[in-house]
Design a binder for this molecule. Structure first.
Ligand code: PHE
Length: 445
């Protein structure tokens, strides 16, 4: 049997995993979720969930991946078998669903990059920008072209392989992303009046908090950290035994959270400085922000940098989602990486078509009162990921706990002091809290 490929270096792995985590979830979703849910209050709940449940589930996924050296489905089959691989099947299903609509939104960023160069975005009036955005996303053809371009880029990275594709791309793109982010934040917080936006994000208003807020924060934590569908199992499966996986889980969680908060600090001050509404929802990035840029000197340049940043973040995440499915076909079905990447990528592209059309010509078609786009997002982020995380926790806490402890200590032979705290979380806290928040959020009790 061929030896499994390993990451070239620890930094390469951390950048790839952080590349998976940092994406549209941080820069597009987080600021508008915080904007809609009371700013600082949402941030506090989010941070509490990330640093208890989130980080613990991430470590659990790394353990499962490295111990088995297998994809999301094969890992459970190898470590235990029985019904456990079903978790992996749900993960692969989630990967298809998430990437299908993720790539549609990522395609918008490419189009907006072009629009910022041509000057088409240099409009100060948010209402006019709103109709520009509305006309664009409801067009039956143009967003699909950008969706296709984005999927092609994703396929291209994945078919080049783990080391020469994913790791190499992450090592170039992630530093570029951090540099762009820092330039843009400096511009944003130094805008006159920007301080109000900082205050909004940092001072909590708990009067807006409901169970839906809490469940929104939980879904957001899973989505943003790429948890619950085996992306981190798959990336963990390419790790060598020398790596300190707990340290890596800490780094990835910290980087992802830092970027979400930084994106909040980038977007909210700018929104306040120009007197816009922070609870503008998903349009915040594509409507309000261009208006903000249009008010600034050299706005087109900053707009271009921003959409480039968003596109890069989306690409390194999309790659990890496609890799979940590709790794399964390569490991367990004997398909070549090239064939798997292309065929799966094309199927996901096709699945994205109704999502994109549901924002325009198909907007009358609703299922459970949701558009196809919203339904895909809801099923994956609000149901599949948290449920996946629940079972991943139970699996590590109850089924492979003894071996999991050894896996954590594999690099230096020392079982860390916090091991029982982690045990408590994966055995009890995470499963109970996830189940409770999920049921409360759905209004079931
Ligand atoms: N974490 C990515 C983001 O925040 C999305 C993602 C979800 C990636 C699930 C992989 C798995 O945009």
């Amino acid at each position: 049997m061929m030896k499994r490929e390993h990451w070239g270096s620890r930094l390469g792995f951390i950048l790839a995993a952080a590349g998976s985590a940092v994406g549209l979830g941080n820069i597009w979703k987080f600021p508008y979720m915080a904007g809609e849910n009371g700013g600082g209050a949402f941030l506090i709940i989010y941070l509490a969930l990330v640093f208890t449940i989130g980080i613990s589930v991430m470590l659990a996924e790394f353990v499962i991946g490295r111990m088995s050296e297998k994809n999301a489905i094969g890992a459970f089959a190898k470590l235990k078998g029985g019904l456990w691989p079903v978790i992996g099947f749900f993960g692969v299903a989630a990967a298809f669903i998430i990437l299908s609509f993720y790539s549609v939104v990522a395609g918008w960023t490419i189009s907006y990059m072009i629009k910022s160069i041509t000057g088409a975005l240099a409009i100060e009036d948010p209402a006019a920008l709103g109709s520009l955005f509305g006309d664009f996303i409801s067009d039956p053809v143009s967003p699909l072209i950008f969706h296709a371009i984005f999927m092609a880029l994703t396929i291209f990275v994945v078919l080049a392989g783990v080391g020469s594709g994913i790791e190499r791309a992450s090592k170039i793109l992630m530093p570029a992303l951090f540099a762009l982010l820092i330039i843009l934040i400096i511009r944003s917080v130094t805008l006159p009046g920007g301080g109000e936006g900082v205050a909004f994000l940092l001072s909590p208003d708990f009067s807006k908090v409901t169970w839906e807020t809490v469940s929104g924060a939980l879904s957001q934590a899973f989505f943003s950290l790429s948890l619950g569908m085996g992306a981190m199992i798959t990336y963990g499966s390419y790790l060598s035994k020398k790596e300190n996986i707990a340290g890596s889980a800490g780094w990835v969680t910290l980087l992802d959270t830092a970027v979400a908060v930084m994106a909040g600090l980038l977007i909210l001050p700018a929104v306040f400085a120009f007197g816009f509404d922070p609870s503008a929802g998903p349009g915040l990035t594509f409507i309000t922000l261009p208006a903000v840029f249009a008010h600034m000197p050299m706005g087109s340049l900053f707009a271009f940098m921003f959409f480039l940043l968003l596109g890069i973040a989306a690409l390194t995440s999309a790659v990890s989602i496609l890799e979940v499915v590709v790794a399964y076909f390569v490991d367990d079905r004997g398909v070549s990486r090239k064939t798997a990447a292309i065929v799966v990528g094309v199927i996901i592209f096709a699945l994205g078509i109704p999502s994109s059309l549901s924002l325009g010509v198909m907007s009358d078609v609703t299922i459970f009162g949701k558009s196809f786009f919203d339904l895909m997002d809801f099923i994956s982020s609000n149901l599949l990921l948290p449920i996946g995380g629940l079972f991943i926790s139970l699996f590590v806490g109850w089924v492979i706990w003894g071996k999991a402890k050894e896996e954590i200590a594999a690099h230096d032979g020392i079982v860390p002091m916090w091991i029982n705290a982690w045990g408590l979380i994966v055995k009890f806290v995470a499963p109970v809290a996830i189940a409770f928040i999920l049921l409360k959020g759905l209004g079931i009790f």
